[in-house]
Write a protein that binds this ligand. Structure first.
Ligand code: G3I
Length: 358
């Protein structure tokens, strides 16, 4: 009996070894997927351009930042370096160095550049606010600024936010310096000036509030549609989307789909999703909050991805990581609005952006 048991054990061992050998041989013949030479990135996964607003000091001096930007994005916007006060600090001085640095970085790394912004009521240098002149002199000032800037970057900057934030939340025109000095049709003329300087550039009207104010959304769409119908060279709508994790999906969808219904290019131009809109000074960014934020990113990206392919100009986040976001500084509160955390690590929001592009 004992010898029978030991024979069975021996036979069992033989069969076991044979099975192991067979399975190892079969595995050897199964092709192993090649390990990607480089890690995955947003620009590899998303079926449209994905960008970020970049800070030139960080781009120059922080290699973790510049490496992340180079790896993840294929479209770049200057957070501040192409604004009026940055480029044109006094009447006869243009200051190109930071913006040119961005252009060189983008060219070296094969990125599109979106220009932001030719005319805005903020970032206006004091020589302009103090400027004295009649309406022809003001017109010349604006035309010179726009055409000098667009000409400088001609062939390098693909697209421009020509006019930024010209409307109020109640749908009326903002009572800015530009409205006061140039009159109500100044927006159309700015687009014409930009187009004359670079006929190939795509020209956008950029504003915020599409998702939270139906009144403002309607006013923006009416403005852009009327420009288009007059033959003014407007090619796209920039929707900033400085939004929050509690913004209802229906509002976000209404914004994206209404813009797409114009037939123009659609750019979600300054995306960030705040998690502390109530300004709670001691808020903790819990795993649950991270997931809620991620689900809002997913909705935005998925809804954008569903519009007509040739209208998808892209999605740009405003800043790169939670460490360089304008939100905590501007609102003086803790917040974590971006897909990368302050250690440059990918958050759930990052992975949901990728999911939204599938
Ligand atoms: O460069 C000066 C520095 O010399 C000075 O010491 C410091 C002291 O305040 O200010 C620095 O300038 C600041 C600049 O950012 C550069 O950091 C300005 O004060 C500050 O107002 C400016 O804020 C920018 C803001 O636009 C106004 O231009 C933000 O970084 C930028 O994120 C924000 O971006 C805007 C978009 O252009 C339009 N849509 C809204 C979006 C967020 O507000």
């Amino acid at each position: 009996m004992k010898s029978l048991l030991s024979k069975c054990f021996f036979l069992g061992m033989l069969l076991f070894v044979a099975a192991c050998t067979k399975s190892t041989k079969e595995e050897d013949t199964v092709p192993v997927p090649p390990k990607p030479a480089v890690d995955t990135s947003l620009q590899k996964f998303l079926p449209f351009k994905v960008g970020a607003a970049v800070n030139i000091n960080l781009l120059k001096n922080n290699y973790r930042y510049s490496n992340l930007v180079a790896k993840e994005f294929n479209s770049l916007t200057a957070e501040n370096a192409m604004k009026f006060s940055a480029l044109h600090p006094s009447e006869n001085t243009f200051s190109w160095s930071d913006a040119d640095y961005l252009v060189s970085f983008a060219q070296a790394n094969n990125k599109r550049i979106h220009g932001h912004t030719l005319l805005w009521h903020q970032s206006v240098p004091s020589w302009v606010t103090n400027f004295q002149g009649d309406s022809a002199a003001w017109e010349a000032l604006v035309k010179t600024h726009i055409q000098t800037v667009v000409t400088h970057f001609k062939g390098k900057v693909t697209s421009w936010d020509v006019v930024n934030e010209a409307l109020e939340d109640n749908g009326t025109m903002r009572n800015s310096l530009w409205l006061q000095k140039l009159g109500p049709d100044y927006i159309a003329r700015c687009f014409q000036y930009a187009h004359e300087a670079d006929p190939a550039a795509l020209l956008f009207y950029n504003d915020y509030g599409h998702e939270y104010s139906a009144t403002k959304r309607t006013a923006i769409i009416n403005l852009v549609t009327s420009l288009k119908n007059r033959g003014i060279p407007v090619h796209g709508i920039g929707m900033q989307f400085h939004t929050r994790y509690t913004q209802p999906d229906a509002n976000l969808a209404a914004a994206i789909n209404t813009a797409a219904a114009t037939g123009l290019q659609v750019h979600i131009s300054e995306l960030d999703i705040a998690v502390n809109p109530e300004n709670n000074p001691s808020l903790v960014f819990t795993p649950a909050l991270k997931e809620q934020q991620a689900s809002k990113y997913l909705f935005v990206v998925r809804t954008f991805n569903a519009i007509t392919a040739n209208q998808k100009f892209g999605i740009t986040t405003w800043n790169v990581t939670d460490a360089d976001s304008w939100v905590p500084t501007h609102y003086n509160r803790p917040d974590w609005p971006l897909p990368f955390d302050a250690n440059y690590a990918r958050k759930p929001a990052y992975y949901s952006m990728i999911e939204g592009g599938k």
